[in-house]
Ligand binder design. Structure first.
Ligand SMILES: NC(=O)c1ccc[n+]([C@@H]2O[C@H](COP(=O)([O-])OP(=O)(O)OC[C@H]3O[C@@H](n4cnc5c(N)ncnc54)[C@H](OP(=O)(O)O)[C@@H]3O)[C@@H](O)[C@H]2O)c1
Length: 343
């Protein structure tokens, strides 16, 4: 497949001193975990197509499939090491008996030193470009965690540091220990709690924002309306309060204005959801934003990258504005592990 220059993504810097990346990244979690069976051949073809389109930031974590996602990415990353900006994460410790459990969060220095070695081994590389603390354990001082992460930078095992699901205050405190290149938290038409604190802090500090689940884990695309009824029993989304039971029915009705805007643009719901995130970030002038929608198919990847060329009007933004405030149900069963639980 050839790629016209007009299809290629623009680039943006990941933090003040960070690398240039395409303005949309690729979430790789679903290739190995959480969202049902994967056609691995198509997923690998999606990775190749991503690079052709200028999608360079690849997102994984040690916990996705308990290491399986890092191992899945390894051959691709090794083949294209200089073109890929590779991000992985540590801190969520899960047991094979309870793969979605999130009860143990490790932010202590010995654990971080062990976690990076395991990720480097699984990925088959000598450094990762961006290393995130996936969740914060408030019992461990940030100075200890970020201090240990900074040592990995000094040792060349990690190029840049990131944090996921932190509050604005936590970001400021961490940034004072060592520059943080990126914050990754959920940000979408359905999830806007980050706008209360951490988005503004990121803009002030010159930290890039990486919205995860910008498609509301697929719900915003209209591809499922009720996780209980439509998704396999081991699909992670069946554990998320907003996608099940009465909440799901109420939330599916909230997509009506998204559908109308999509029709007006001859676009899909997914594209409008992605265009919204990109455009919403402009309210925080100067904030670099790199959403990382997850997909395992080339067709959807092309659809998603094309969304970077959609401009929503003021009227359309106004029609989409009330949606998040009306969403029924939380993002997770246990919100204490999110920044919203501490902001
Ligand atoms: N830091 C954190 O705590 C955290 C939490 C969650 C996720 N993440 C990261 O963020 C990435 C993205 O989030 P996510 O995967 O949870 O959610 P998402 O990007 O909001 O949605 C992904 C889902 O939407 C589907 N999809 C993608 N493009 C589509 C399109 N154009 N039309 C219809 N359906 C489409 C995907 O299915 P197919 O794959 O079948 O296309 C998948 O089921 C993850 O891969 C992961 O790397 C980070």
């Amino acid at each position: 497949m050839t790629t016209a220059d007009s299809e290629k993504l623009d680039t943006v810097a990941l933090g003040t001193d960070g690398p240039q990346v395409g303005v949309q990244g690729l979430g790789c979690m679903g290739m190995s975990w959480a969202y049902g069976p994967t056609d691995e051949t198509e997923a690998r073809a999606t990775l190749e197509r991503a690079l052709e389109l200028g999608v360079t930031l690849l997102d994984t974590a040690d916990v996705y499939g308990l290491g399986a996602n890092e191992e899945f990415l390894a051959p691709f990353v090794r083949a294209h090491r200089d073109r890929v900006v590779l991000a992985t994460k540590f801190s969520i410790v899960r047991s094979p008996d309870d793969p979605y459990g999130r009860t143990v969060i490790r932010n202590d220095a010995p654990y971080i030193r062990e976690a990076i070695e395991n990720s480097l081994r699984r990925l088959g590389v000598d450094h990762v470009d961006l290393y995130y603390m996936h969740r914060r354990n408030p019992d461990v001082p940030l100075e200890e965690s970020v201090g240990a992460m900074a040592e990995l930078v000094a040792e060349g095992k990690v190029r840049h540091l990131g944090l996921s699901e932190v509050t604005g205050g936590e970001l400021r405190a961490a940034h004072a220990v060592h520059p943080i290149a990126a914050v990754q938290s959920e940000w979408s038409l359905f999830s806007r709690d980050v706008e209360q604190g951490v988005v503004g802090a990121a803009r002030e500090l010159g930290v890039a924002f990486v919205p995860y689940s910008p498609l509301g884990r697929g719900f915003l695309t209209g591809s499922f309306a009720n996780a209980d009824r439509e998704l396999p029993s081991d699909d992670f989304r069946r554990r998320q309060p907003r996608f099940t039971g009465d909440n799901a029915a109420a939330n599916a009705a909230l997509l009506e204005p998204v559908r109308k805007v999509a029709e007006a643009h001859g676009a899909t719901l997914a594209q409008i959801a992605l265009a919204w995130v990109q455009q919403r970030a402009r309210v925080h002038a100067g904030l670099a934003v790199v959403p990382i929608p997850g997909t395992r198919s080339r067709r959807r990847l092309e659809e998603n990258t094309a969304a970077t060329r959609i401009e929503l009007s003021e009227e359309e933004l106004a029609a989409l504005e009330p949606i998040a405030g009306r969403v029924a149900g939380d993002r997770y069963e246990d919100m204490t592990f999110t920044s919203a639980g501490r902001e």
